[in-house]
Ligand binder design. Structure first.
Ligand code: PEP
Ligand code: MG
Length: 954
């Protein structure tokens, strides 16, 4: 979301007129890289269409749709003009806020800004401010009024106990935008205050975005402790905003008027008693806004001007809001933040309603000065657009041979199952409650029957349990009731269902409990199925035999949730071999070919496919001869794998007696035992960020300690190399928001992020040290590019070690950035070990994004330049008696193994499933011969030439 901060504000500027002010604003946007040269023309054109004066000495110049393509990033820049600038219509501007926006991302900012414009005129204070912080305070600091309207009153709500009643109150506050995730939890932790008459009071100021009061009464009598519960007030508190209301409530209760609340049958009576906002009983009009970018400045201005032409009050509110705001006020209209598809409810004083409402209706329908695309009609067929396929490419023909990127080895044969995420569009407004309810019932029944079939078909108890839970969710009476309440507000079945599922999922997430967060994912999963059914979009039926999953791109979480028994292989249109999803596919042992191009998304469901995950080959509907050959190869591979597996627990020693340690890369503590069982002599890379991603919020020290302890316990004395948190790049942490970066791979990731958030690294190190209990611990820092980074991280570790002693500790760094490899002779003096992350080292050396859809096939770690950097690292380390591992994907590449051994690498850390094969490969080698091979490879000119050399010598 766009935020205001002091660096965006230029103080004390001068402009002789509006044109000069616009030029200054455009310069500021260009200088900060938000827009291209030429945006000024957009600002001028926009002013020519109508002034952007907002009120109280503020103008909000912005571009036109024609100059939207000049915007690089959405953002704002503010300039203070203490002497004022004449803005037309007799208005003087002291603060101009220039907006660069490609879509409606800035609406929220405008909404906040305009909410700050209270009754008092801000212009004198804006003019006299001498520091940017003062301007910020003025814009953000206006006291907020307590929200109290009909959407915050819930009478006769379903609640089985007091806790559920609290949850219902918190939910109303969240829906009204007063509180965010986590509020229900903090409210529930407070001590309820009895007010007499069965009335109760609870408040919290945690995660509150604006002050508000909700009042809920239970449908059936409840008790809390020994006392009855007939109503609960829930306050989202900010400062003193609620003081007046509280005094009024106390007066009412002291005067014996508690029954107003305990026996309330309408929200109006509650609101009148408390002095909340009550919608006037005026003629009203509902109309859905169709403007593509919502009620932004230009249409809002047009609307306010139409309203101003009438001599009487006209109010407007969004769907569920109460009294609404004056339609004559531009700032209030903007503060609504209305978006396309939302319903505006206008009401006008009876004396002007007959003229004003039709005029407003016509103007809104016509787009308020903008050309608008009509909204989908209620009940009309949804538009379904497969994501990322503007002009679909033709599907490859039968017999076609596609060369793509090898991502996970193995040969897979099976029918294609295309899973494309459809973008569902549907009408917000329904065709009547009964009709929509019947549609929803129908969709729910069909999905339940589908799930029942899955329950019956699945042999695995854990999978069956998941589906049974999904069925229970579909039948949840509370969910149905809430959806019904939305249907009663004339929403379509799709809109009501989707809104309720999202609200319920967010509610679960807010409780910060891993199990409930999983439930939120399940809720969204069934939510999507029902929504797709309502929109008439059928999910593809899974073939009976194991299939090849074809997707645009796979997220790590997609792969992690795949059923290995059902998915024979993965084929994607985009992605690279070292993207994290490919790494997970390898870990699961599912053959994968990625980056095959968009054409594969046009394949017909069920098309027979042959994938060769080692060579990156795809054959579409191959003929019998090709299939036979592939099957033979698969059998030979299988035999090789079985032999290697039988010897997996033997050490990897070359024919001439040189031992290489073969260890595992893991991403979850629970994978350790399996890795050991598959022959790992230790763990060479614990990707702790994957441990972090498994939690709905940053795991605290105790939670982390338990995870690391689990790994060490399962290793039973074998060595463990832990990498500290490596987020950023293609690994964002959902709960660790990071500002968008132009080049995330070159931005704040790895150790850079950890040093910017040292408390995170400190907690992790403490947890690691505490888990060691006398066992050997090796810790390495990711993405180190500068010696200072290593030293800062090392110093922190050594400081903490004094507090939490660790008997056997080694500290090292990953060599992932060319600068670190080139500096290895210096770093080797200070570190205990190096571990080469070839995935990143290759991407940074060859300047190819590791996940690049088309280039990543060329990001081959066997490129002589990468091999040279590895060689330099090993030489430097060995000169100082330090050891070197390789933990990037190259370590598990059968062609790379002889070269890495020849370069002198001491440890190969690979996915657990590759361990047996890597060990078998090492046993086939001769060290002297491998050294000669490596020397030859360093002299070659390309990765392809290196591959050819090794193939030849095989
Ligand atoms: C690497 O870059 O090679 C590595 C092992 O780290 P990651 O793949 O997790 O970035
Ligand atoms: Mg890396």
């Amino acid at each position: 979301m766009l935020e205001l901060n002091a660096t965006q504000i230029q103080m004390g500027c001068q402009a002789t007129d509006k044109q000069q002010a616009l030029a200054l604003l455009a310069d500021a946007l260009v200088a900060d890289g938000l827009v291209a040269e030429g945006y000024l023309a957009g600002l001028q054109a926009r002013e020519a269409q109508g002034s952007t004066y907002l009120g109280q000495g503020i103008a909000i110049p912005h571009g036109t749709p024609q100059t939207r393509d000049k915007v690089f990033h959405t953002g704002v820049r503010l300039i203070q003009f203490p002497e004022g600038v004449e803005w037309g219509d007799g208005q003087t501007v002291y603060l101009a806020i220039a907006i660069a926006a490609r879509s409606d991302e800035h609406l929220r900012l405008l909404q906040l800004l305009t909410r700050a414009l209270g009754e008092d005129d801000l212009s004198p204070a804006l003019r006299e401010a001498t520091a940017a912080e003062q301007i910020l305070e003025l814009l953000q600091g206006a006291p907020q009024a307590l929200a109290l309207d009909s959407q915050l009153i819930g009478l006769g709500v379903q609640a089985e106990d007091f806790d559920e009643l609290i949850w219902q109150g918190a939910r109303l506050l969240k829906k009204a935008g007063c509180a965010d995730a986590g509020f229900a939890n903090s409210l529930a932790q407070g001590t309820p205050l009895p007010l007499g008459n069965g009335l109760w009071w609870l408040n919290s100021d945690e995660t509150v975005s604006r002050p508000g009061l909700a009042f809920v009464t239970p449908a059936t009598a409840l008790r809390h402790g020994e006392q009855p519960v007939s109503g609960l007030f829930c306050l989202a508190s900010v400062g003193e905003a609620h003081r007046q209301l509280l005094e009024r409530l106390c007066d009412l209760l002291i005067n014996g008027q508690g029954a107003t609340f305990t026996h309330a049958t309408s929200s109006r009576s509650v609101l009148e008693a408390l002095g909340g906002e009550v919608a006037p009983d005026w003629p009203a009009l509902r109309i859905v806004l169709a403007n593509a970018h919502g009620l932004h400045a230009r249409p809002a201005k047009a609307l306010s001007e139409i309203a101003q032409a009438f001599d009487g009050d006209i109010r407007v509110r969004l769907d569920e809001q109460a009294a609404g705001v004056s339609a004559k006020s531009l700032s209030k209209l903007l503060a609504l933040g209305a978006r396309r598809g939302q319903t505006l409810i206008f009401s006008a004083e009876p004396s002007i309603a007959a003229d004003a409402l039709p005029a407003i209706e016509a103007a809104v329908r016509e787009g308020l000065g903008e050309t608008v695309e009509p909204l989908p009609a209620a009940g009309s067929a949804p538009a379904v657009t497969p994501v990322a396929r503007a002009t679909p490419l033709p599907a490859p023909e039968a017999g076609a041979r596609l060369q793509a990127v090898a991502a996970a080895p193995g040969i897979a044969i099976g029918p294609a199952l295309l899973r494309l995420v459809p973008h569902l569009e549907y009408a917000q407004q329904g065709q009547g409650r009964e009709h929509e309810r019947a549609r929803l019932d129908d969709a729910l029944a069909q999905i339940e029957a589908d799930i029942q079939r899955l329950v019956e078909a699945s042999d695995e108890a854990s999978v069956r349990d998941i589906f049974v839970t999904h069925q229970a969710m579909l039948r949840d009476p509370a969910l149905r009731e809430d959806v019904d309440a939305r249907l009663a507000q004339d929403l379509s079945a799709e809109a009501a269902w989707n809104a309720e599922i999202e609200a319920a999922a967010q509610q679960q997430e807010a409780l910060h409990d891993a199990l409930l967060a999983e439930r939120a994912a399940d809720l969204r999963d069934i939510g999507r199925r029902v929504l797709a059914r309502l929109c008439g979009v059928e999910a593809p039926r899974e073939p009976d035999e194991p299939y090849i999953l074809v997707m645009d791109e796979v997220a790590p979480s997609d792969v992690a949730s795949l059923n290995r028994q059902r998915v024979a292989g993965i084929l994607t249109a985009r992605g690279g071999a070292t993207a994290h999803s490919a790494i997970i596919a390898r870990a699961l042992g599912i053959p994968a070919v990625v980056g095959a191009g968009e054409g594969v998304l046009a394949l017909a469901q069920g098309t027979p496919l042959l994938l060769d995950g080692e060579r990156g080959l795809v054959r579409v509907a191959p003929d019998a001869q090709v299939l036979e050959q592939a099957q033979r190869e698969r059998e030979a591979n299988q035999l090789r794998r079985e032999r290697a597996h039988a010897e997996r627990l033997q050490p990897a020693v070359t024919r001439d007696g040189h031992a290489v340690e073969v260890v595992a890369n893991i991403g979850a503590s629970g994978e350790t035992a399996e890795a050991v069982d598959l022959g790992a002599e230790g763990i060479g890379l614990l990707r702790t960020e994957l441990v972090f991603m498994d939690h709905p919020q940053a795991p605290d020290q105790a939670t982390q300690e338990a995870e690391y302890r689990r790994v060490l316990d399962a290793l039973d004395g074998r060595p463990l190399v832990v990498r500290t948190l490596d987020v950023g790049g293609d690994k964002p942490l959902p709960y660790w928001p990071m500002p968008a970066e132009e080049n995330p791979f070159l931005g704040v990731r790895g150790i850079r992020l950890s040093l910017q958030a040292p408390q995170l690294l400190e907690t992790q190190l403490r947890a690691l040290f505490a888990s060691a209990d006398g066992r050997a611990l090796r810790i390495m820092f990711p993405m180190v590019g500068q010696v200072e980074e290593w030293r800062a991280a090392r110093d922190m570790a050594l400081r903490l070690r004094k507090e939490i002693p660790v008997a056997d500790l080694q500290l090292g760094i990953m060599i992932e950035v060319p600068s670190a490899a080139l500096l290895a002779p210096v770093l080797a003096r200070e570190v205990d070990f190096f571990s080469v992350g070839t995935n990143d080292l290759t991407q940074y050396t060859l300047a190819i994004d590791r996940g690049h859809p088309t280039l990543s096939a060329q990001a081959d770690g066997l490129h002589p330049s990468v091999l040279r950097l590895i060689g330099m690292t090993v030489d430097a380390a060995h000169a100082h008696g330090k050891w070197v591992g390789v933990c990037g994907e190259l370590a598990g590449d059968m062609l790379a193994v002889p070269l890495l051994v020849g370069l002198g690498v001491d440890e190969l850390s690979v996915s657990a499933r590759s361990i047996a094969l890597v060990k078998a490969r090492v046993r086939e080698l001769d060290l002297k011969h491998s050294q000669a091979l490596a020397r030859d490879a360093l002299l070659l000119d390309s990765a392809a030439a290196v591959r050819a050399l090794v193939e030849e010598q095989r």
